[in-house]
Write a protein of this length. Structure first.
Length: 159
């Protein structure tokens, strides 16, 4: 069996930064499972179903990339999928502290699961779903950050 990685996140909504990471991860692993999370501590603008549907629409068509939703403990999900790695993105130094804490806690919970950090193209290093939503709500141009396939749907919801 090939190597499987899980890329978890809120994807509220999926951005070109996320797609950049999915692309990079798919060059390193045989299968990438994009796991859209039910995150009780985050107030999402889009429902879980909408977020999953948007990632499916925007992600490259490949039988090596799968999109699912999950709730519960990440390491349990990773083990259930027989994955060996968790993919996370590092954009700026401010991402580091939280990601470092999560990675070490997940290692504590599951010794054999490695967290792999990937850096996006420079164009996306200052991009977050949160900032994108703010710009869209205020009528700014988000076309360089939003996947084409979901642009209409996102703007319709936020504007
Ligand atoms: P979460 O609530 O889990 O942080 P996000 O959808 O905000 O969910 O992010 C999921 C992962 O994708 C995180 O590791 C985050 O650092 C990464 N990520 C988000 N936006 C970008 C981007 N523009 N470039 C690279 N990685 C990103």
């Amino acid at each position: 069996m090939g190597k499987i990685a899980v890329y978890p996140g809120s994807f509220d909504p999926v951005t070109l930064g996320h797609l950049d990471l999915i692309q990079r991860a798919s060059l390193l692993f045989d299968n990438v499972i994009v796991a859209v999370t039910v995150n009780p501590s985050k107030q999402c603008a889009f429902s879980l179903e909408e977020r999953v549907a948007m990632v499916k629409k925007a992600a490259p068509r490949s039988n090596r990339i799968r999109v699912e939703s999950f709730s519960g403990l990440l390491v349990d999900y990773v083990r259930e999928k027989k994955a060996c790695a968790i993919i996370r993105g590092l954009r700026v130094v401010s991402d580091f502290e939280f990601e470092f804490q999560m990675a070490l806690m997940n290692r504590h919970l599951a010794k054999t699961v490695e967290t792999v950090f990937l850096m996006p193209d420079e164009r996306y290093t200052y991009l977050s779903s949160k900032l994108l939503k703010e710009i869209a709500r205020l009528g700014g141009n988000t076309s360089s950050f939003l996947p084409k396939a979901i642009q209409k749907q996102v703007l319709l919801k936020l504007q």
